[in-house]
Design a protein around this ligand. Structure first.
Ligand code: MUC
Ligand code: MG
Length: 372
């Protein structure tokens, strides 16, 4: 029986400002869920978003209060082994709230995997790899700083895939910034851009023509999420792949993108899609329609990052790697044993459930009191 659900909200400064077209982050707010079962098993989940309400339609505060007041109580007394039934109850009783639902499903899966004595990925079909390639996002807002950061990452063998956040500045300045970094790094790195919906279609046509010539490998969410037809036109027009990110909020969006051939790649995010099972469904749809996969992040801490890693490790192919670097952007850690980032990859933990060594006292002491 599910006995207790607790929420923790932690504000952790980032190691440097992280500039997206929608927000400049100087801190990240982790929303964590602890689910305690009557048989003694405890599971953890995470529902972290970006920039308050600037990125998505759930804020850390709304997630926390909705879990505490509405979603959590629905699960109290239910059988924690029957995760599908529990998720069905949440779907039937509450609209939206994809991030909150993701945290609860992750916590149930963590507890159930521990109960069965297996790593979480075994509930999702089993890992097909134990090392996931990890991109790093260059988003300091300054070309020289970004380049120095990329060179340091290459030298440390931590990342050789770089995603550049653009869309804040005038398009010519953004294009010059990206091309300067690509030409300095050359073939030793894959350089991609994430526009976070900042362009209209004419701007996208202008910029992407130049980015293709400069050897950029991937264009992420260049247009607003509502412009699916525009994404389809860009996908047809350019040889460089278009990737859908924010536009994918579950299987229905994924199906629309598949039917309209509106992206060549899907960024799979567990929270944005409403949990591990829904994200799995999106990935399966992508496979059916010949869409390639990328493992996305909401810049979560270790819990959301490793939950995502368990799912991504089960994919048949992850053609564009992942960007599971969230914990590395944080200036403090909630783990007693750090995650293993080595040889350009994140290495999957081998323990039961999520397989994390959480510092429970630190989580308790760092959490906001009260939560809002
Ligand atoms: C996004 O839109 O992809 C992921 C990496 C990063 O730097 O920002 C996030 C959000
Ligand atoms: Mg993105």
């Amino acid at each position: 029986m599910i006995e207790r659900i607790q929420v923790y909200v932690l504000d952790i400064p980032t190691i440097r400002p992280h500039q997206l077209s929608v927000a400049t982050m100087k801190a990240q707010t982790l929303v964590l869920v602890k689910l305690t079962c009557a048989d003694g098993f405890v599971g953890w989940g995470e529902a972290t978003t970006i920039g308050g309400l600037k990125y998505g339609d759930e804020s850390p505060e709304s997630i926390a209060i909705n879990i505490e007041r509405h979603l959590g109580p629905l699960l109290i007394g239910m059988n924690p082994r029957h995760i599908r039934q529990c998720m069905r109850k949440l779907q039937q009783s509450a609209r939206g709230n994809r991030f909150a639902k993701c945290a609860l499903e992750t916590a149930m899966m963590d507890a159930q995997a521990q109960r069965l004595g297996v790593p979480l990925h075994e509930l999702l079909g089993g890992a097909q790899t134990d090392a996931l390639p990890v991109a790093w996002t260059l988003a300091s807002g300054d070309t020289d700083t970004d380049l120095a950061e990329a060179k340091a990452m290459l030298a440390a063998k931590r990342h050789n895939i770089f995603k550049l956040k653009i869309g804040v500045h005038e398009v010519k300045r953004d294009v010059a910034h990206v091309l300067a970094i690509k030409s300095a790094l050359g073939e030793q790195a894959s350089v991609r851009v994430d526009v976070n919906q900042a362009w209209d279609e004419p701007t996208a046509n202008y910029a992407i023509s130049r980015l293709v010539e400069g050897g950029i490998d991937l264009i992420e969410q260049p247009l607003p999420i509502s412009n699916v037809a525009g994404m389809a036109r860009l996908t047809r027009r350019f040889s460089v792949p278009m990737m859908a990110d924010e536009a994918l909020m579950g299987p229905h969006d994924a199906l629309r993108f598949c039917n309209q051939a509106a992206a060549y790649v899907f960024s799979i995010k567990i929270a944005q899609n409403g949990g591990l099972s829904q994200a799995r469904l999106v990935a399966d749809l992508a496979d059916l329609y010949g869409v390639s996969l990328y493992g996305g992040t909401m810049l979560e801490g270790p819990i959301g990052t490793i939950a995502s890693a368990h799912l991504f490790s089960t994919f048949d192919a992850l053609q564009f790697g992942t960007e599971l670097f969230g914990p590395l952007l944080l200036s403090d850690s909630i783990l007693r044993t750090p995650l293993r980032y080595e040889d350009f990859c994140l290495h999957l933990p081998t323990g039961k459930g999520l397989g994390l060594d959480l510092d429970l006292e630190k989580i308790e002491s760092m959490s906001r009191k009260p939560l809002n």
